[in-house]
Design a protein around this ligand. Structure first.
Ligand SMILES: Cc1cc2nc3c(=O)[nH]c(=O)nc-3n(C[C@H](O)[C@H](O)[C@H](O)COP(=O)(O)O)c2cc1C
Length: 224
């Protein structure tokens, strides 16, 4: 009997020792964070993206519906690379305003009363554009680059703005010049478009502006 009781005591003691070992192991097992945090992350991801991925789909739809067109006019190649930088950085389409009658060097010689001087002296002039943007309706933002001609945008920019319906679109003007600021060149264009156009503040750049500077500007105005 004594032996049996001793045996039972031993077995019970060993059994308890086993349980307490497991209990001690349990917290460590709980520290297997990768699994827990993984499942938590998945849960969070599900909440963020929607269990059926619907948020992802919505996001894509928004991105697909947000299209930007970079438009520019450039006679001597200063504005052109800046427009290209903007289009590359924004992943936007690029459109060059090409005059039906190209401007010669003589036309562009300012303060000679040449063609460009005469056009800038007459706000009603609308030089014809060769070609057009076929699907303007798909764009909701238009970045518009031009050179300053006697403090103003060249009259062909007026032709461009009057050629399409920009209702509800955002227009982002920028210009290049020898030394003048953007002045009233952009705000003077507002009356050519419907009131529903949202005009962002324009900016003037010098020749040789870098892509980084253009990106900094686009970021600053919140379109990049
Ligand atoms: C007719 C004409 C008028 C100009 N008027 C000005 C002016 O008022 N202020 C200025 O700083 N630069 C003036 N410029 C210089 C241009 O703005 C500058 O060279 C511009 O960067 C040219 O851009 P583009 O090479 O893309 O055509 C004028 C140029 C021309 C052809």
């Amino acid at each position: 009997m004594v032996f049996i009781m001793l045996l039972l005591f031993c077995l019970t003691a060993c059994g308890n020792a086993g349980i307490s070992e497991k209990e001690e192991e349990t917290p460590n097992a709980g520290v297997s964070e990768p699994e827990e945090s993984e499942s938590l992350t998945q849960e969070e991801e599900m909440q963020n993206s929607g269990t059926d991925g619907s948020a992802d789909a919505e996001e894509q739809e928004v991105n697909m519906n947000t299209k930007t067109l970079v438009v520019y006019f450039s006679c001597t190649g200063t504005t052109e690379p800046l427009a290209e930088y903007a289009a590359e950085s924004l992943g936007a389409d690029l459109y060059e305003i090409i005059p039906e009658e190209p401007y010669t060097e003589e036309d562009l010689a300012y303060y000679t009363n040449g063609r460009a001087d005469k056009e800038q002296n007459d706000p009603s002039v609308r030089p014809a554009i060769s070609g057009s943007v076929e699907n303007m309706e798909v764009y909701d933002t238009v970045v518009l680059g031009y050179p300053i001609w006697h403090g103003q945008a060249p009259r062909i920019i007026s032709t461009f703005l009057e050629s399409y319906d920009f209702s509800g679109k955002t227009i982002v003007p920028f210009c290049t010049s020898h030394s003048s600021g953007i002045g009233s060149s952009a705000s003077d264009l507002h009356s050519l478009c419907p009131d529903s156009v949202k005009w962002l503040d324009g900016k003037r750049f010098g020749g040789g502006t870098s892509k980084e500077e253009i990106e900094g500007w686009l970021r600053g105005i919140g379109i990049l």
